[in-house]
Structures are given as structure tokens and as C-alpha cells.
Design a protein around this ligand. Structure first.
Ligand code: SF4
Length: 96
């Protein structure tokens, strides 16, 4: 159903005939780690995420995978060279 609160017109699974069913009745605000992201939506001086209703929850287990301003670093070996995680796993399975 289309949102009628924070993101008017956007399709949202939390929107129901009675209104927004997300806890609190609307999307949660962005957190400090979101600052600089291209997905931030500003509504009436408050900032929200255009893709997730709960930015704090999205960062709970580490880097937000939709963040446009931060990228996960590629794994590196002891010498600082980038390591292909698939090849590293195969090498480990072979025992060296
Ligand atoms: S995409 Fe992630 S980092 Fe960007 S505003 Fe949304 S929750 Fe924050």
C-alpha cells in the first residue's frame, strides 16, 4: 500500500488501511552513521532513510549494505594485499 506519512506515494509493506503499522507509526530517523548517504530523505527538518524504515536496525550488525557513502573493505592478507575470499576459502579447504 502507498505511504501517506513520511514517504507519500511510495509503496510500503507497513502501510495499512488504518495507517502506518511500523512501531511508532512512522519510519525511524537516520542515525549518525547514515550521515552522508545518498538515500537520506529530509521531511519537515527530520531525516529518514528512503529504503529502510529503521536505519538503526540496518546498522546493528555492521555496515548498511545500501549505504552510498561507505563500502565494506575487501579482506587483506598479512602483507596488505587484497584477497579473493572464494580463492582463500578453497585454499584453506585444501589445507594451504
Ligand atoms: S541506506 Fe543505510 S546508510 Fe543510507 S540512510 Fe538508509 S540506513 Fe542509513
Amino acid at each position: 500500500m502507498k505511504c501517506s506519512t513520511i514517504k507519500p506515494g511510495a509503496e510500503c509493506e507497513f502501510m495499512a488501511a488504518k495507517g502506518c503499522s511500523f512501531p511508532g507509526g512512522e519510519c525511524g530517523p537516520i542515525i549518525d552513521k547514515c550521515e552522508g548517504c545518498g538515500k537520506i530523505l529530509t521531511m519537515e527538518e527530520k531525516k529518514f532513510c528512503s529504503v529502510f524504515p529503521s536505519p538503526a536496525g540496518k546498522w546493528r550488525k555492521g555496515l548498511c549494505n545500501f549505504a552510498t557513502h561507505a563500502k565494506k573493505e575487501a579482506p587483506k592478507d598479512e602483507s596488505g594485499k587484497k584477497v579473493n575470499p572464494l580463492k582463500a576459502a578453497k585454499r584453506a579447504a585444501r589445507g594451504g
